[in-house]
Design a protein around this ligand. Structure first.
Ligand code: ADP
Length: 317
């Protein structure tokens, strides 16, 4: 049994035992009160000489017994409720803690992979260049371009980690009036050449935004759309303005996101599924950064299901 399941089981058994023990103690207390009251009544019956006053004394005694039982049950119930509440809070806190530890473990696993892959690839390209001096200029250029691409990938990963770190506090924006239509179409064509990314961009949309951070919204969402979709399936990037609102959406025909995960995916390090079994690589930082950048621009982001399958990420500003 995994250690987190074991600790959950131990906490549940411990609380179960405390509650049973407590209920048993309450039953014993009620029994004891009834017994004492019965003994007192017997004593009264033996010692009393006046039948009228005996009846009154017995009625008093019964009344006291009832009050005492109410008190035991009342106080017991409050205590039990407090105990259950404490149990609920402890379970919740320990689940959160376990989730965090899992996410950090996943992050370490994925970031190690994400760092190793471009380094190994770059090393291979450069070693090939060193070993095979007779390569023609095109081949040399191809190897160098691959190495530069891998270095860019590494650079983006490190930028993501740094950005996520600063997004924890507050993102500092350098806002200026940006032609969003041009920025979006340039980002798509510069970052996704040769990919099946279709853009539907309304012209002339401008907004006050951070020119350096804004493209990372488009890059992150489009990269995800391609990563979580079958090879060559179409991704669509749309930009339009409606009722004074600017809408930027990225839709795909991929695996889609289950409803219960739709909010969680924006949490830092959160990735759907388990790192050891997951095929698509990543760090769980992308959507966290996207949400922070959107919020810093006073916008909102939502994710819905695409038809017949896949997801639509829509940013409105
Ligand atoms: P990463 O892609 O590095 O894992 P993100 O923060 O970008 O991290 O995304 C978090 C998780 O959300 C992903 O691990 C994936 O499970 C899910 N996800 C994001 N975008 C999509 C998408 N377009 N389709 C399906 N799942 C997605």
């Amino acid at each position: 049994m995994k250690s987190r399941n074991r600790s959950k089981l131990i906490i549940t058994i411990l609380f179960g035992y405390i509650i049973m023990q407590f209920l048993w103690w309450e039953v014993l207390l009620v029994r004891q009160t009834t017994q004492i009251s019965n003994e007192q009544q017997k004593l009264m019956e033996i010692t009393s000489t006046d039948a009228g006053s005996l009846e009154k004394q017995i009625a008093d005694l019964q009344h006291k017994k009832q009050n005492r039982i109410y008190m035991i049950v009342g106080e017991g119930t409050v205590f039990l409720l407090l105990l259950l509440y404490a149990f609920y809070r402890i379970r919740k806190a320990s689940n959160k803690e376990i989730e965090l530890v899992m996410q950090q473990k996943n992050f370490l696993l994925s970031v190690t992979h994400e760092l190793k892959t471009p380094i190994a690839a770059t090393k291979l390209q450069l070693q090939t260049l060193l070993k095979h001096k007779q390569l023609n200029p095109e081949q040399q250029e191809q190897l160098l371009t691959n190495a530069v691409n891998e270095t860019n990938r590494l650079n983006r990963l490190i930028e993501d980690v740094l950005l996520a770190n600063s997004a924890d506090k507050e993102l500092h924006l350098n806002k200026e009036i940006v032609n969003l239509s041009e920025l979006t179409s340039e980002t798509v064509s510069n970052y996704f050449p040769g990919k099946n990314v279709r853009s539907e961009i309304e012209g002339g949309i401008s907004v006050s935004a951070d020119k350096l951070l804004f493209p990372s919204l488009i890059i992150n969402l489009t990269e995800n759309a391609l990563k979580y979709s079958p090879e060559n399936s179409e991704v669509q990037v749309s930009l339009n303005k409606q009722d004074g609102k600017i809408n930027l959406s990225v839709s795909d025909l991929g695996s889609g996101i289950p409803d219960k995960e739709k909010q969680k995916i924006f949490e830092k390090f959160y990735r759907v599924g388990n790192e050891e079994t997951r095929k698509a690589k990543g760090t769980g930082l992308g959507l966290y950064i996207v949400q922070k950048i959107v919020e810093a621009h006073n916008g909102r982001i939502e994710v819905t299901d695409n038809k017949p399958n896949g997801s639509i990420f829509k940013i409105s500003i």
